[in-house]
Design a protein around this ligand. Structure first.
Ligand SMILES: Cc1cc2nc3c(=O)[nH]c(=O)nc-3n(C[C@H](O)[C@H](O)[C@H](O)COP(=O)(O)OP(=O)(O)OC[C@H]3O[C@@H](n4cnc5c(N)ncnc54)[C@H](O)[C@@H]3O)c2cc1C
Length: 265
């Protein structure tokens, strides 16, 4: 049987208090990951802190050269936002490719990046766009946020409140989907902006990662031809019933070239 205390705080401060000092307390956002995990008895939280009443955590705004997305903003709202489509069309496109309509209408960006599933889409955009994550404790740059398999820099009880994406000159995202779950077998986000060219890969390894060789080549020539000879080593990549590490390594090259072509359109 489920055996936890349920809380539905009305303020962020009350949510932080409900989570504080409890190692086994869990925040509940869209529930698209947490609820199945509970159903499969893979988690046994002492407390579930429902963020659903924290309306200030949802929404999208333009702040100078940044698109700021509240943690409780649903994937569907990012996909359909005119602000996102105008500022960073590839980010809206990425959100439109997550799961199915039910997942997009419940799942949130905060839940996705806090969960840091190795095959999730948003981590690739956060890393390639060099986004800044704001939490109840401070700010993280993308390069320091994603630590490993389902692991981030967040500490127990710390909540993501928003993600700020700088507008870029060009960006593209391509993913080869698992046809059943729609998660990324491999997804590659490519961005060219004031921070240079950044290439981030999801789905291929235990955690989202950058491909420096591609970034260097694309910095000199932002075309898919510039990276056609770059081979990704299969060492350390995921290998499972859906595809071998070698297959995923090959897909990184294919998806990266397609993402560059999409960014150049
Ligand atoms: C059938 C299916 C298909 C899917 N396909 C895809 C896909 O193609 N691509 C993809 O990227 N994802 C996919 N997902 C995952 C989906 O995007 C989820 O929305 C996401 O993983 C978790 O977001 P959530 O808001 O539902 O979080 P929840 O399930 O509520 O929470 C997930 C975890 O994050 C923590 N958390 C939630 N919000 C916060 C916060 N603000 N701060 C700190 N911690 C927080 C929770 O405590 C929990 O540990 C799929 C899910 C399903 C069920």
């Amino acid at each position: 049987m489920y055996d936890f205390s349920y809380h539905k705080p009305k303020t962020l401060a009350d949510a932080a208090t409900a989570l504080a000092g409890k190692d086994e307390a869990r925040a509940l956002a869209g529930g698209m990951t947490l609820i199945p995990t509970l159903k499969q008895r893979l988690a046994k939280p002492s407390d579930v802190v429902d963020l659903g009443a924290l309306k200030d955590l949802a929404g999208i705004k333009i702040d100078g050269d940044n698109v700021v997305i509240g943690a409780m903003t649903k994937h569907g709202d990012v996909a359909s936002s005119d602000d996102v489509k105008n500022a960073i069309p590839a980010l809206a496109e990425l959100a439109s490719l997550i799961g199915d309509p039910a997942v997009r209408n419940r799942g949130t960006i905060g839940g996705s990046i806090a969960n840091n599933d190795p095959a999730a889409d948003y981590p690739a955009a956060v890393l390639a766009l060099n986004a800044t994550i704001t939490s109840t404790s401070g700010k993280y740059k993308a390069d320091e946020f994603f630590k490993g398999l389902f692991e981030t820099a967040l500490k127990d009880g710390e909540l993501v409140t928003s993600v700020s994406f700088p507008k870029v000159e060009k960006a593209g995202y391509m993913k080869f989907r698992n046809p059943a779950s729609r998660y990324a077998m491999v997804g590659v986000f490519v961005a060219k902006g004031k921070d240079g060219v950044r290439v981030a890969v999801t789905g291929a390894g235990p955690c989202v990662f950058r491909v420096k060789a591609m970034e260097e080549a694309l910095s000199k020539d932002f075309s898919s031809a510039a990276i056609k000879d770059i081979k990704i080593p299969a060492d350390g990549l995921n290998s499972d019933i859906h595809g071998s590490a070698e297959y995923r390594a090959h897909l990184v090259g294919v998806m990266a070239r397609r993402a560059v072509d999409a960014a150049n359109k």
